[in-house]
Design a protein around this ligand. Structure first.
Ligand SMILES: N=CN[C@@H](CCC(=O)O)C(=O)O
Ligand SMILES: [Zn+2]
Length: 437
């Protein structure tokens, strides 16, 4: 019996309570990702510390907590409860509108043609360098708000539109201020090797990062001024080659950052093989990964962060999600929100992963929860509804959770509540009363 204790939240009698997993699995792969843990007619309790205290059948929880009191009780009859979604790859700090490039791409220009002509990342760098930290913070907060309302409660956020030390630090400071002042969880990534800055060779840029950027980051990390979790490089033909990528990632690892980088997107680079060798936590994109790279990633437990919105918008070859899943790779998902791929919505990303990458809905949800949390090194606290984990939750106004994926773009009406650490952060006024279909 839980006694007369006070708790933060009781979610009562959900039609479906999707735990995702229930045995503290750090990730789900192969069949595990296809067999999610789910309870019917179930309830969940979040304590005053923001962590989950109990999950189980509604009548059992009712009995156990009959004398307890709650700051808030939500009747979830006819609704589904899921873990907050985890977005394992975003670039949300930038200035300068690139809608004109979307028109160029629709007219036939490729991503690299625009980049090499000085647009793309270079365009965003120019505008981001001119923006103040407060301006960057203001747009970042708006974007994080939109992610949250689309169901993401933990997001990875990259720098990478400064390339010079001052602007990279300005971006990381904006991320740090957002982390301290918003409800959404943030994993922060230094991505100073997102492009080779104009006027420098790739080798000069690599040396600058290793000799100047990383030592400064180490100092700021130690003083507690900025918390950076991951290091990223855009390993691509015409950007950073395999050798420069190796040098930067190793130097980042040496100062305690998790390796989490862009690889094998537009050309086969052997990024997957390199990531496996360096002990990378995750590699993103992987449209052009080799068969050997897939095997190496599975063996090294290096997560594949697939980005269906980008593959869709750039009309790239789809990454081989099925092959990765069959080989035992830990498959995660990210929105890749950036000025080139303007998508905030993990429900839409899951839908694209199912339709274009042939993932099942269970696999897509595992990829957008526990596996995305693993890709950020946070699956001990996030990504499933298990006792002891953070109480980050979604309530959707439907009696079957799959509607979150099935209704393409429908999340705006489906997501009823977004909850972080047991506190309702977003209550959707527009959530329509819906039947189960
Ligand atoms: N591919 C490299 N980086 C981003 C695009 C960044 C941009 O074009 O601004 C991506 O992941 O898609
Ligand atoms: Zn990216």
């Amino acid at each position: 019996m839980a006694g007369r204790q006070r708790h933060r939240l009781l979610l009562e009698n959900a039609e479906q309570l999707v735990l995702v997993c229930g045995r503290r699995e750090p990730y789900l792969r192969r069949d595990g990702a296809n067999r999610l843990c789910l309870l019917r007619a179930a309830s969940l309790v979040v304590g005053l510390d923001g962590c989950i205290k109990a999950v189980g059948q509604a009548d059992v929880i009712r009995n156990e907590f009959s004398e307890a009191s709650f700051e808030r009780i939500i009747d979830c009859s006819g609704k589904c409860v899921l873990p907050g979604l985890v977005d394992a790859h975003t670039h949300p700090v930038w200035a300068g509108d690139r809608v004109h490039e979307f028109a160029m791409k629709l007219a036939g220009a490729s991503y690299m043609e625009i980049h090499q002509a000085g647009g793309g990342i270079h365009f965003t760098v120019e505008h981001t360098r001119k923006a103040t930290e407060d301006e960057l913070l203001a747009t970042l907060r708006q974007r994080l708000g939109r992610m949250l309302r689309a169901g993401s409660t933990l997001v990875e956020c990259k720098s990478g539109y400064g390339l010079d030390l001052d602007t990279e630090l300005k971006m990381l400071r904006a991320i740090e201020r957002a982390r301290r002042s918003t409800d959404i969880g943030i994993s922060s990534t230094y991505c100073g090797a997102h492009a080779v800055p104009k006027g420098k060779t790739a080798t000069e840029a690599t040396d600058d990062i290793i000799n100047n950027h990383l030592p400064k980051l180490k100092e700021l990390k130690l003083s507690g001024e900025i918390h950076v979790n991951n290091i990223d490089v855009f390993c691509e033909k015409g950007v950073f080659d395999l050798e420069s990528t190796r040098r930067i990632l190793q130097a980042g690892k040496d100062i305690g950052l998790q390796i989490n980088f862009h690889g094998d997107e537009l050309h086969p680079m052997k990024s997957a093989e390199l990531g496996a060798e360096l002990g990378a936590r995750a590699i993103s994109h992987l449209e052009e990964v080799s068969d050997e790279g897939i095997v190496a990633m599975a063996r090294a437990k290096c997560a594949a962060v697939l980005l269906p919105a980008t593959a869709y918008m750039l009309r790239l070859k789809q990454p081989q999600a099925r092959k990765m899943l069959e080989e035992g790779v830990i498959v995660a998902l990210g929105s890749d929100f950036n000025p080139n791929a303007y998508c905030f919505s993990m429900p839409m990303v899951m839908h694209l992963a199912c339709v274009n990458m042939k993932m099942s809905m269970n696999e897509a949800l595992a990829a957008a929860t526990i596996n995305a949390a693993y890709a950020l090194g946070k699956s001990d606290t996030h990504g499933s509804l298990e006792v002891g984990k953070q109480g980050d939750l979604l309530i959707i106004n439907s009696s079957r959770w799959e509607h979150l994926i099935y209704q393409f773009g429908g999340h705006e009406a489906l997501i009823n509540y977004v909850i972080v650490k047991g506190k309702v952060i977003y209550e959707n006024e527009r959530c329509e009363a819906m039947s189960s279909y």
